[in-house]
Design a protein around this ligand. Structure first.
Ligand SMILES: [Zn+2]
Length: 97
């Protein structure tokens, strides 16, 4: 869907950028201008690059967390609470003495 270029007063080039949120940004600049390497995504503000497969700043998605990892995390929290309760109990015992 390119606009009819016959109405363009000067030769233009379309440049497409992609941010890491898969936002596509199409800009149009003078044909003799050098397209900047980066363009701020107007939707999320992140820098967008011209390589759709490799947008700037793309970070690997969070590693998949297994159910066991969640269980371990929860257990650690429970253990932490148990330790805290134990410490509080000890503190109260000391205060009671
Ligand atoms: Zn974006």
């Amino acid at each position: 869907m390119r606009p009819d270029e016959r109405h363009q007063p000067a030769p233009r080039q379309d440049v497409t950028y992609w941010c890491r949120n898969d936002h596509r940004i199409d800009i149009r600049i003078a044909a003799d201008a050098e397209a900047p390497a980066l363009w701020d995504c107007p939707r999320c503000g992140l820098p967008a690059g011209r390589d759709a497969q490799n947008p700037p700043g793309r970070v690997r998605a969070e590693p998949y967390k297994s159910h066991l990892a969640y269980v371990k995390e929860r257990r650690t929290a429970e253990e932490g609470e148990a330790l805290l309760a134990e410490a509080l109990a000890a503190l109260r015992r000391r205060r009671g003495e």
